[in-house]
Write a protein that binds this ligand. Structure first.
Ligand code: HPA
Length: 279
């Protein structure tokens, strides 16, 4: 049984405070192949995850493992360059540990990004999708970071999930995308545990239940962020299109996910900077 009160968030906060007096208002989680955005922050202070007690480290290629403080569009930001995943063997509480630390550092608005497979047949590799909802399969079957004793200092026992992906932030993001000529879909993210990619039958099922994109992160981080009252915006980079037939000569792989990240980063950067300007 997991006990989230046992995690020592304050030791992480203290280490960070000993390195920087920076007070971030916006947090960013940069997913697979998307960490490059953190390199564009100014007046950067970089803290390797390995230095922060309790911070889960990603073992996955394409995740750098730094917490980066700095300014983007004049706003004080902290960015996670890479994240840990449930499939790496961490508990849900460990995976979402950084979200609570960001909350304790004063972060009020959280932007999450991820690499995702396209389920919606109108989505092409390189497109972006703003999450307007999610289906959290992993949480629904009992791997939920909010399980265990509820720590009232963070939030309520029973969390409403209707107002999850901030409508005002979505509206701003859509305007920014329109002005910049960037394709920004809006849709439902399905969270699975991974680490394997989906079978064709799973792709067809996820489509049938209303999923637009599928990935292995984000939903649990969103739960913890909303529990703590943060405003949340999340955006998927579509790195590959779901393959819905076993009778084709194709296979989903991590290299294509990282490759697509290269075209996605500049688009995502434009969207996130545009939204920051409007905050
Ligand atoms: N499935 C699950 N997670 C992913 C995918 C995918 O096709 N692409 C990138 N992350």
């Amino acid at each position: 049984m997991s006990d989230n009160t046992a995690l020592d968030y304050m030791s992480a906060v203290e280490l960070i405070r000993s390195r920087t007096s920076f007070r971030p208002e916006v947090g960013m989680v940069l997913g697979s192949g998307l960490g490059g955005l953190a390199d564009t922050l100014t007046e950067r202070v970089v803290i390797p995850y390995a230095d922060i007690p309790g911070w889960p480290r990603s073992t996955v290629h394409g995740h750098s493992g730094n917490l980066v403080f700095g300014y983007l569009e004049g706003k004080p930001v902290v960015a996670q360059q890479g994240r840990a995943h449930f499939y790496e063997g961490y508990s849900m509480q460990q995976v979402t540990f950084p979200i609570r630390v960001m909350h304790l550092l004063g972060v009020k608005t959280l932007f999450l990004t991820n690499a995702a497979g396209g389920l919606n047949q109108n989505y092409r590799t390189g497109d972006l999708m703003l999450l307007n909802d999610h289906i959290n399969f992993v949480g629904m079957v009992g791997s939920n970071p909010l399980m265990g004793p509820n720590d009232e200092q963070f939030g309520p026992r029973f969390l409403g999930m209707v107002q999850t992906y901030d409508r005002a932030l979505r509206a701003v993001a859509k305007n920014v995308a329109r002005e910049a000529g960037i394709t920004l879909h809006e849709g439902v993210y399905v969270c699975l545990s991974g680490p394997n990619f989906e079978t064709p039958a799973e792709i067809r099922m996820l489509r049938a239940i209303g999923g637009d994109a599928v990935g292995m992160s984000t939903a649990h981080e969103v739960l913890v962020a909303r529990h703590a009252g943060m405003r949340v915006m999340a955006c998927s980079g579509i790195t590959n299109e779901g393959i819905d037939s076993p009778d084709v000569d194709l296979e989903t792989n991590h290299e294509e996910v990282l490759d697509a990240g290269k075209v996605i980063v500049p688009r995502l950067t434009t969207i996130l900077k545009g939204v920051l300007r409007h905050l």
